[in-house]
Every structure is written in C-alpha cells, then in structure tokens.
Design a protein around this ligand. Structure first.
Ligand SMILES: Cc1cc2nc3c(=O)[nH]c(=O)nc-3n(C[C@H](O)[C@H](O)[C@H](O)COP(=O)(O)OP(=O)(O)OC[C@H]3O[C@@H](n4cnc5c(N)ncnc54)[C@H](O)[C@@H]3O)c2cc1C
Length: 524
C-alpha cells in the first residue's frame, strides 16, 4: 500500500513514519512494508550517513560479548544466522578467529570458551599451526586460536536493499529531509514536519504512529515531543589500510578493548576501534594520535601492520544505553543490547516509539520489536516476516565473494572505466545517477564505491563530474559543487593519517584538484 501525498497541501498521509535512514530505520521500513503498512521514512542526509555508514563492518558471531555481555552475545548469534539466509548479497562469509596474543590475559581464553558454550555461540578451538595456515600474516606468537562465525557485512548494500524492498511495497523514502518538529494533538504524536533540503521547503507527514530510529540522535528527536531516551554517544575510530592482510576477521581473545579487531572489507583491511565518551554525536573528528594507536594495535595481530599504507580514517558514534540512566564509568561496560520505548506507556505520549542501542548485526531484531510495538499502537495484528524474506538482491543462497565484483565487471565491460581502483564503469555511473536522480558524487561513492581505493578519488572524481555533466545528468553548477563536496569529504578522511605513501598520493591529488582544476574557484 502506497503512502499518499496530498499535493494541494504538501502533506503526506501514512500509517507509520520512521525517522532515521540507518540500518534500524530502513529495517523497520522494510519490516512494516512487508506487513502491509503504509510507510514513510525520513532521513536528514543520504541513507546510512549516520553510524551505520561509519561502522567497522563486522557481522558479529556474538563471541566478542560472551564474557561481558551475554544477552547481546545471544542476540548477535541468532541474528547472524538469520542474516546469513536473508541478506546473502551483503555478507562475505570470512569466518573469524579469536586469538590469544602474548599481550592478552591467558586465563581469558577458558572463560571465553565457556561463555561461547553458555551463550550458544558456535566456536571451535583450532591449533595455532592451523590458524597460521589459515592466516599467514597472523602473529606467530599467538598461544591459542578459536574459530567462530564472524563475517564481513556491507552496510551500504544492506541499507539500500532494505530501502528498495520497502519502496517496492509502496513505502516512500525521503532522504535529505530532516525532521524539525514532531506534530502533537494533546498527548498524541500525529506526525512530523520535515524540511526538504533540496527543494528548500517544509513538508508535513501525518502518521498514525511514529518510530524514532535516529540512533545516537534519538534523544534529540524524542526531545521534540518532550521525551527523554537517555542515549550516550561513544566515539569509535577506524582505519582502512590498502591491502587485505587477512581473509578472516581477526580479534584478540581478551575483554573488548581498543584496536583489537581487524576486519577484511572488500579489498582493504579495517582496524578498530576506540570507545570514547563524547557529548555531541556529530563531534567525531578522528585525531592523528588515535590513528597511531590503531596502527600500533594492529601490530599485535599482524606484525608489520603499522608499516602498511593508510587509506582513510573515519569515526562513528555508538548509541549506548547506560542502564542506570547515567554514565556508568567505562563505555566498554555499557551493554550492546537495545531498547524499544513505547512513550505512551512510559511518558503518556501516544503514537511515538523509540528504538536505539544495539548493533548493526541486530538491526532486524530491533526493527521487528519496534514494528511490533507500532502494530500494538495501531491496534493491528500483523506478524513479522523479515526472518524468512530475502532482501532484494539476496535471493541466491551464496554469499558475496571478493572475486564477484571483478567477474561481474569483466562480464559486462560496457564502456570506459571511471574508477580503476574499485572497477566502476562510466555506464554504471550514469545508470546509478538515473536511478537516484538526487545523488551527488559522494552519494554515488556509497552506492558504487567510486573513489574508495588508494587514490581516494584523485583520478576518478573529476572524470565522474565530467561524464555526468557531458551526458546532461548534472548541470554546470551541480557538477562543480558535487566535485568540491567530494574532494572536501575525502580530505577529511585522509587528514589525520598523512604520512608515507598516502602523503605522496595526497600531494598528487592536491596538485590535480588545486593546481590543475582550481576546484575552490570553479564557477557556480
Ligand atoms: C565505531 C563503531 C564501530 C561499530 N562496529 C560495528 C560492527 O562492526 N558491527 C556491528 O554490528 N555494529 C557495529 N557498530 C554499531 C552499529 O554501527 C550501530 O549500532 C548501528 O549502525 C546503528 O544504526 P541505527 O540505524 O540505529 O543508527 P544510525 O545509523 O546512526 O541511523 C540513524 C539515522 O538517523 C538520522 N537522523 C538523525 N536525526 C534526524 C532527524 N532529525 N531527522 C531525520 N533523520 C535523522 C541520522 O542521519 C542517521 O542516518 C559500530 C558502531 C561504531 C560507532
């Protein structure tokens, strides 16, 4: 059923408004659309530009939490198995290794093993020589190794698939539409006012129920209705280096700490993360010290890691939920489980549900619980089917393989290559912008991975802008501003890690963009 626009007033009517286009929000939109509800989703930026697009990339087996947070471990273990069935195209089944390095507490390994068994997290202890055969670069001094069902998951693919599935069932996905007010009638929320950032006008969405899935920003959204959520932002920094140094996710077998997980993601490896309390979830600029700390931590897992070329650095803010409503001390001690709040029951404000906390791995379960609560609010009984319904693009049972992209690219070679690092052709670029007419080059990066390789857009971004202008998709103003925005965004991700080879690359990119193209002064 399609959400109905009322053109004369600019008002949209629907049963359910979801606020937030991260994994939880699009998961809720997909779930609700499958249940036949009329859904609108509002996101302040592009999809997955919050924490979901700034995470580590790990599909948790649950093993990380078996000792300190068994409830979260059980949730992750169950959801891991479900996502392996319904989100196949977004997951690379890398498997995971937990290894006791000489720097780890040797007693933790037995607690870890017992914790896995208690929490139902599949685990197998393997010999160190087996582990070293599997991962040749692994620290040869590790003392014990455990094989688990960790994986690598592409959050952009996941989010786009949920959004597409929801749209195919009539949902409207409004990106670049921040919610600026919640509409109230007495003690009931009846919708929201959004600001359309591209058309520069406000839009009203009238909804019978609103799900606040704004992640670490859910407190700000709930405040618009005078309610509190009590979410605590925890900043985490991640560093991508330009080789796939391991094919499995490798974690240290110790209580969770900084820089103790290495995730293979497409053709790169990502080390992370930190966990620092911050007051503003938008204030997550990584520092050079944090990068140095991550690189040194990488050496413990893969000797020589710190000598590899850093491609890019980013940080995200976790939506953490201190159980006593205030800070409990270390962020690492705060549960990775989630909460669904029916504000009707807690604050006497009907029509509003908040869902936050959790992990990307548990997004489906969070969405299911939130939409169950929305159905209760709407007085309808519609069972959740997301655990049995493959996402668009995931009908095939096999998982994503690193070689798939290259094979697919070679199969359809259909025009000049725009991005050599990530294998993006000009026809793919043009098709993507025709499918997503509002997308600028940075949005296309999330869709196609253009500009994500070693040159960080140095060679492909101006080509992309030129091609999109040449074929009439971008006018001059749009091509120039998209180019500038992309270059600024890439620069932010490189600045804290400018040394060695990547510094040379950054100098070359600067010559191209400033010296040759003078991007700062391109005509509007
Ligand atoms: C450093 C780090 C590493 C992580 N690594 C992992 C990992 O490896 N595996 C894992 O499973 N989990 C991981 N997580 C946790 C996981 O990323 C998050 O729990 C999850 O992505 C949260 O998704 P979300 O949809 O709830 O929030 P978000 O993705 O933040 O989505 C909320 C959305 O709401 C939007 N929004 C905010 N205000 C408004 C408004 N007023 N109007 C409209 N929209 C609004 C935001 O723009 C945002 O897109 C990590 C988190 C961090 C910080």
């Amino acid at each position: 059923m399609t959400a109905v626009p009322t053109p004369s007033t600019g008002t949209i009517e629907c049963q359910l408004l979801v606020i937030g286009g991260g994994s939880t929000g699009v998961g809720a939109a997909w779930d609700a659309a499958l249940r036949g509800l009329r859904v609108v989703l509002a996101e302040r930026g592009d999809l997955a530009t919050g924490t979901t697009g700034r995470f580590h990339g790990l599909l948790h087996s649950g093993a990380r939490y078996v000792v300190g947070d068994p409830a979260a471990a059980r949730q992750c273990a169950r959801e891991n198995e479900i996502l392996r069935q319904v989100a196949t195209a977004t997951i690379e089944d890398t498997g995971g290794l937990f290894v006791s390095t000489p720097e780890d507490d040797p007693e933790y390994a037995d607690r870890f093993l017992a914790g896995c068994h208690r929490a139902g997290v599949p685990v197998e202890e393997i010999s160190v020589s087996q582990a070293l055969r599997r991962e040749a670069r692994l620290n040869p001094r590790v003392r014990r190794a455990f094989s688990v069902r960790d994986g690598s998951i592409d959050s952009w693919k996941l989010v786009w698939a949920c959004a597409k599935g929801a749209e195919l069932r009539g949902a409207r996905i409004l990106t670049y539409h921040p919610v600026i007010a919640l509409l109230r009638e007495g003690d009931r929320v009846i919708g929201a006012r959004l600001h359309d950032l591209r058309a520069h006008r406000d839009v009203e969405v009238r909804a019978q129920c609103v799900i606040n899935a704004a992640g670490v920003w859910s407190g700000h959204v709930a405040q618009l209705a005078g309610c509190d959520v009590g979410v605590q932002p925890g900043k985490g920094v991640m560093v991508a280096v330009n080789h796939r140094l391991a094919n499995s996710v490798i974690s240290r077998c110790n209580m969770p700490g900084d820089g103790d997980i290495l995730v293979p993601s497409h053709s790169v490896s990502v080390i992370g993360t930190t966990d620092t309390p911050v007051t503003d979830p938008d204030d997550t600029e990584p520092t050079a010290e944090e990068v140095a700390k991550m690189m040194a931590a990488g050496d413990v897992l893969i000797p020589g890691f710190s000598q590899t070329r850093v491609l890019r650095v980013w940080a995200g803010a976790r939506p953490l939920l201190p159980q006593n409503g205030g800070r409990t001390g270390e962020d690492r001690d705060i549960t990775r489980s989630y909460t669904v709040i029916r504000h009707a029951q807690r604050d006497g404000i009907a029509g509003l549900i908040s869902v936050t906390g959790g992990k990307l791995t548990t997004y489906r379960l969070m969405a299911e619980d939130a939409v169950d609560a929305a159905c209760a609010e709407l007085g309808v009984v519609r069972p959740c089917t997301t655990a049995e319904s493959p996402l668009p693009g995931s009908a095939e049972p096999h998982h994503y393989r690193l070689s798939d992209h290259q094979r697919e690219f070679e199969r359809r070679i259909d025009g000049p290559t725009v991005c050599e690092c990530e294998l993006v052709s000009s026809s793919e670029l043009v098709t993507a912008v025709r499918d997503h007419p509002q997308a600028d080059i940075d949005d296309l990066r999330r869709l196609l991975r253009i500009g994500m390789g070693p040159c960080q857009g140095g060679f492909c971004t101006f080509r992309a802008a030129g091609i999109l202008h040449g074929c009439g998709e971008y006018d001059r103003h749009r091509a120039n501003s998209a180019l500038r925005r992309f270059v600024e965004e890439r620069w932010r991700g490189q600045r804290p890690a400018l040394w060695g080879q990547q510094l040379r690359q950054a100098r070359l990119d600067a010559w191209i963009f400033q010296g040759v193209l003078d991007v700062e002064h391109l005509p509007e």
